[in-house]
Design a protein around this ligand. Structure first.
Ligand SMILES: [Zn+2]
Length: 275
């Protein structure tokens, strides 16, 4: 793991708060699973297609209708929908918990592993997370972050290392997600403690290193006191938790693997159109 190729991403246009970092990582992961061909269409398309079907289902339920008469069920279509649906839900659950952990400013690394099992991966993407800007009001910063995060994403998706990694195709396989964090957590529902990871030398490993430092005045909203608001007693402790606990980094594995899937066609129509 020491010889990983590194994509250095300078996040210099906005303040990398836990929420803005979470949005950035969400976009990186969505791009990663699509560009590594684990889903057959962009994540936004997957999301809208699944939501459309779920919307139709809940509408039919409200009206007491049986959406699809049993005789019309196409098992290929239904199976494809179920696989895609599970991928989508698992991904969203993983992302939700990653966001929750980022909000505590204790995550130092997120690791995405492609392969049939976690012990014999084909490819590994590491995302190194810097110490984030704690104590800000997220609402005051998120619009700025969303406006500028494309610059950070461009540094990744247009880098030579990324392009090379996309060129070297891997088959549709499983995706495993890990996080490395500064101390034990008993709040996590989906991530479970696991042994530290190490890989054989012939495993392709690349690293996205998010570089962000408190180099400019950040008194924006950090020290504002709102009257009648109960002070957050955790802020004091959460500003530099990683530094104080750096010696005890622990690994956690997402309890479900994401099973990649391909598009399939019935009479030249993509099955997702038939869900
Ligand atoms: Zn602020």
């Amino acid at each position: 793991m020491e010889t990983a190729e590194e994509i250095r991403v300078n996040v210099s246009d906005y303040i990398l708060t836990p929420l803005s970092c979470s949005y950035l990582i969400h976009e990186i992961l969505k791009g990663l699973i699509y560009q590594k061909c684990q889903i057959p269409y962009p994540f936004s398309w997957l999301k809208s297609t699944i939501n459309r079907r779920r919307g139709e289902e809940s509408e039919a339920e409200c009206e007491g209708l049986d959406l699809k008469p049993k005789t019309n069920i196409n098992f290929t279509v239904e199976h494809h929908y179920r696989v895609a649906s599970k991928f989508f839900d698992d991904f969203q659950n993983a992302m939700k918990e990653i966001s929750q952990e980022l909000s505590q400013n204790v995550v130092s690394e997120i690791l995405i592993l492609f392969g049939p099992t976690p012990v014999c991966p084909k490819e590994v993407c590491r995302i190194k997370v810097p110490l984030l800007a704690s104590g800000h009001f997220e609402d005051s910063h998120i619009n700025d972050a969303l406006k500028h995060q494309h610059k950070a994403l461009r540094q990744i998706f247009l880098s030579n290392i990324w392009m090379d990694s996309v060129d070297s195709a891997i088959p549709c396989t499983n995706t495993y997600i890990f996080i490395k964090r500064g101390d034990i957590s008993d709040n996590m529902k989906y991530f479970k403690p696991c042994k530290p990871l190490s890989f054989h030398n012939n495993v392709k490993v690349y690293c996205i290193n998010l570089k962000w430092e408190c180099t400019r005045d950040q008194t924006c909203c950090k020290n504002l006191v709102v009257y009648n608001e109960i002070p957050d007693t955790n802020i004091e402790n959460s500003i530099e938790p990683v530094e104080s606990k750096q010696h005890e980094h622990l690994w956690f594995q997402f309890a479900h693997h994401l099973q990649g899937f391909k598009n399939c066609f019935i009479n030249k129509t993509a099955v997702c159109e038939l869900w």
